[in-house]
Design a protein around this ligand. Structure first.
Ligand code: PMP
Length: 405
């Protein structure tokens, strides 16, 4: 394509005066509407064990909330706690407790500085923000379609005792949609780590968020770690943020008995108990796993056409261009658009000038630095179907202009 044509197409697009914020993977209003019944009166406020949810206490969550998450996470109830309005705060606190107090029977991470984490890339920017804010050094490892590059991971953790943890989004990873294979899970559970207090931060944010009718499964990391003799290695995190209300839901953590005891000891200092009224409200609304899965199908019915629209626009405008590719996720909230090296930032800038705010180029990498400047995170969920179709076309035109300039 010539520069003149690319410029003319871009100018025509920009002239529409579109104003769209696609920087975050937020549920659309019609998805939030699916849970409007949560907002009605609760009726009585007693949990099944007679707990008055209006009062303090119940640090590990209501029994029925723990039972629901146990069923959603395929874990024994004894290994699940429910706390907080969203899971990111649980991840943050697990890391802070390790830094300040250390893992059970281990010195604090702060007394063993430097502290380093492995970060499969591209990855979730808020994981990287936690590390940045807490002074944890980040090391990029390649994320393939079936999980992290395990040869790289094994070599790194075997030799450096400062590597204390690793971020993992095992299913429909943000932003690439990668799904960890059984082999990757087994190797993560079994690998020899130089650090005795190495932790897998297993962020199962998209466990139930399928975009197809044939959902995939990821092996059970807690069982795999236990079988490998590393029962305390993994912490699993999940929430109802993209099931009911984003940031106004319930979050859960699953871990070994000793890790949960350790958690409680520290969490009891931080809070006199979680929001049990919200937990009761959620359990009464969500009921059981079958009902949650039915709700997720209703989310899928809203989301799938938006993902299809983006893929169709990219196909129409970008197919055949050398070194341009994009993911076709089977679940989750994102598409990862890859430009030829050196063109992501410029494309995002052109989109901004045309009224489309995207996640900053580089955000999916530690320190905001995409070494090749190639990745653009596309978040199709929030805009209407009409807007997302236009926006995807616009992004494609921006990339074409960037390439032609
Ligand atoms: N983990 C991942 C991978 C995410 O993409 C998101 C939301 N964008 C979160 C966690 C946030 O979850 P929560 O609302 O439970 O904090």
């Amino acid at each position: 394509m010539t520069l003149t044509t690319a410029q003319a197409d871009y100018d025509a697009f920009r002239a529409q005066g579109l104003k769209l914020d696609m920087s975050r993977g937020k549920p659309a209003p019609e998805q939030l509407d699916l849970s409007n019944d949560l907002l009605g009166p609760l009726g009585d406020h007693l949990a099944t064990d007679g707990t008055d949810t209006r009062n303090y206490g119940g640090g590990i969550g209501l029994p029925e909330a723990r039972a629901l998450f146990a069923s959603l996470l395929d874990q024994p109830v004894a290994n699940v706690i429910v706390d907080s309005n969203a899971s990111l705060s649980l991840m943050h606190d697990v890391i802070v407790y390790h830094l300040l107090h250390g893992a059970p029977d281990q010195p604090s991470w702060l007394s063993q500085k430097p502290v380093k984490f492995l970060c499969p890339v591209p990855g979730y920017d808020r994981h990287f923000s936690i590390c940045l804010s807490l002074g944890i050094e980040m090391i990029n490892v390649r994320l393939n379609d079936d999980g992290p590059d395990m040869d790289q991971v094994e070599a790194l953790v075997a030799n450096d005792p400062a590597i204390k943890g690793m971020w993992c989004v095992p299913k429909y990873a943000n932003p690439s949609g990668a799904v960890y294979s059984d082999a990757a899970v087994t190797r993560l559970a079994n690998m020899k780590t130089a650090a005795a207090d190495f932790r897998l931060m297993w962020d199962d944010a998209y466990r139930l968020h399928h975009l197809t009718t044939s959902p995939c499964d990821v092996a059970n990391i807690l069982s795999a770690c236990e079988a490998a003799g590393h029962a305390d290695r993994a912490f699993i995190f999940a929430s109802t943020s993209k099931i009911t209300l984003a940031g106004a839901g319930m979050a859960a953590m699953a871990a070994s008995a000793s890790n949960l005891q350790w958690w409680q000891k520290h969490a009891n200092i931080r809070s006199i108990g979680p929001d049990k009224v919200n937990q009761l409200r959620h359990v009464r609304f969500l009921k059981d796993r079958a009902n949650v899965e039915a709700l997720m199908m209703r989310h899928q019915a809203i989301l799938r056409p938006k993902f299809d629209a983006v893929l169709a626009q990219f196909e129409a405008h970008l197919s055949g261009i050398a070194e341009v590719s994009w993911t076709h996720p089977n679940g989750g909230y994102f598409i990862d658009l890859q430009t030829p090296p050196g063109f992501a930032k410029k494309t995002v800038e052109l989109a901004k000038a045309a009224g489309i705010t995207l996640t900053p180029a580089g955000a999916a990498f530690p320190y905001g630095k995409d070494p090749q400047d190639r990745h653009i995170r596309i978040a199709p969920s929030f805009p209407s179907l009409g807007d997302i179709t236009e926006a995807a076309k616009g992004i494609a035109l921006c990339l074409k202009l960037a390439l032609a300039s």
